[in-house]
Design a protein around this ligand. Structure first.
Ligand SMILES: *[C@@H]1O[C@H](CO)[C@@H](O)[C@H](O)[C@H]1NC(C)=O
Ligand SMILES: *[C@@H]1O[C@H](CO)[C@@H](O)[C@H](O)[C@H]1NC(C)=O
Ligand SMILES: *[C@@H]1O[C@H](CO)[C@@H](O)[C@H](O)[C@H]1NC(C)=O
Ligand SMILES: *[C@@H]1O[C@H](CO)[C@@H](O)[C@H](O)[C@H]1NC(C)=O
Ligand SMILES: *[C@@H]1O[C@H](CO)[C@@H](O)[C@H](O)[C@H]1NC(C)=O
Length: 374
């Protein structure tokens, strides 16, 4: 960087551009406004990370959670998050001493200096996944690129690169791509093998990672795919299922979880400065589903909110296609809030694992805390 005067000029520019509400910012007697190592947080993905982007798109209630009882634990109102309270990136932001990262599409509030959240419930790595109802990963990337372009224009390439290079990029994607062939009349898995399908999902994810890298991104955080075949939601998709996990989905999940670390290791070799973390979400959730008491839960298999067996029908709130639903008494006893999404308490546990856990996924040498501190 340059002289203090130059830094201060940069700071004023940043402030004018990034903080529409100047009174919320402390200039601290002319010192550089950005702490030397300010690392922001950019978030891409699906409902596990969506803080309410889908409130602002033309979609159906199947892909929204902006009605009660969603949100009732922490926020006391429905924010659009698919949980009773906070989702994983909310906890990560807190651990990184950042404010909550608001939905990118929120019209009123954009504190981009701390990052942005582009995630959209129902989204996949493939454009075809719930097409027309969600913000697919490619579109999320295009939003990010717009932002990066703005930063470069205002700050110049070097400063923008420093800013984006310090940031951490969280991505949760793929689950919807794997659910679609089971949850709809899609025949995609009749024409190509499961291996080819997973390659396509991972291939599209890889393209996005590379594009973020090309825009300055260096530090990436992932989890392995949760046990998709064992969600209350998926268990009831197969008529007559007696409670077993859905084997074909477990196969896809395992293929994904084998392919992702390989691709990341390859990127680490190819791309100078690229580093990543992967927390083992698959193992963490298999354990909580099968042995909830060990983690402070009472129920790992039945959702808190929903209807039917395991409350596996995604009817929480009663304004999707099924209008009746049940709600448990004590949400924090449950691993699953609705049939496909985690309770705030479970989200917090994964977030802790991602933040400070030691991962046994091959090649994952960092946790998120280390990425933020680098
Ligand atoms: C939203 O989608 C519905 C049905 O897909 C369509 O009829 C309506 O015109 C759309 N509204 C906007 C604002 O695009
Ligand atoms: C699948 O197709 C059948 C008959 O064409 C239809 O009744 C059903 O609603 C479809 N299911 C989904 C999930 O789209
Ligand atoms: C990305 O997905 C599309 C289908 O949406 C597929 O045709 C394409 O081959 C995939 N790209 C990669 C690099 O795998
Ligand atoms: C709800 O469950 C949690 C976890 O088991 C427990 O700590 C808490 O006391 C319970 N709350 C009520 C009101 O029973
Ligand atoms: C991680 O460790 C758990 C045991 O704690 C094990 O069951 C799991 O298979 C391991 N995962 C990987 C990817 O090695």
């Amino acid at each position: 960087m340059g002289t203090p005067t130059k830094l201060y000029a940069l700071c004023s520019l940043l402030l004018a551009f990034l903080f529409p509400f100047l009174n919320s910012v402390q200039l601290d007697g002319g010192k550089l406004c950005l702490p030397e190592k300010h690392a922001s947080l950019f978030i891409f993905g699906d409902s596990l990370y969506d803080p309410g982007n889908n409130n602002y798109i033309n979609t159906t209630t199947d892909f929204q959670a902006n009605f009660g009882p969603y949100g009732e634990t922490f926020f006391k109102y429905p924010t659009g998050r698919f949980s009773d309270g906070r989702v994983i990136p909310d906890f990560i932001a807190e651990y990184a001493k950042l404010p909550l990262i608001t939905p990118y599409l929120h019209p009123g509030y954009h504190r981009y200096i701390d990052g942005a959240n582009f995630a959209s419930g129902g989204a996949g790595a493939l454009v075809e996944t719930h097409q027309g109802y969600v913000i697919d990963l490619k579109t999320q990337l295009s939003y990010f690129k717009n932002l990066a372009r703005l930063f470069r224009k205002k700050l110049g390439h070097a400063e923008a690169n420093t800013f984006f290079g310090r940031a951490v990029y969280l991505i949760s994607i793929g689950g919807n791509d794997y659910l679609v062939p089971f949850n709809s009349n899609s025949s995609v898995l009749q024409s190509i093998s499961k291996e080819e399908y997973v390659d396509m999902v991972i291939g599209n994810l890889t393209t996005v990672i590379k594009e973020i890298y090309n825009n300055g991104g260096r530090k990436f955080g992932f989890t392995s795919m949760l046990p998709l075949g064992c969600l209350p939601f998926t268990k009831v998709l197969k008529p007559g299922n007696t409670g077993a996990c859905i084997e074909e989905l477990t196969t896809l999940t395992k293929l994904h979880n084998k392919a992702l670390p390989k691709v990341l290791q390859k990127l680490e070799r190819q791309l100078n400065g690229f580093i990543y973390s992967i927390a083992d979400g698959y193992t963490a959730f298999s354990e909580r589903i099968n042995n909830p008491a060990k983690y402070g839960f009472k129920e790992g298999k039945i959702a808190c909110c929903g209807s039917g067996e395991y409350r596996g029908i995604l009817s929480c709130g009663g304004i999707r296609s099924v209008k009746e639903y049940e709600l448990c008494e004590n949400i924090s006893e449950y691993v699953f809030f609705d049939s496909a999404h985690l309770s705030e308490r479970a989200n917090e546990q994964v977030a802790k694992l991602m933040w400070s856990g030691t991962s046994n996924v091959t090649g994952a040498n960092y946790n998120l805390k280390a990425l933020f501190e680098l």
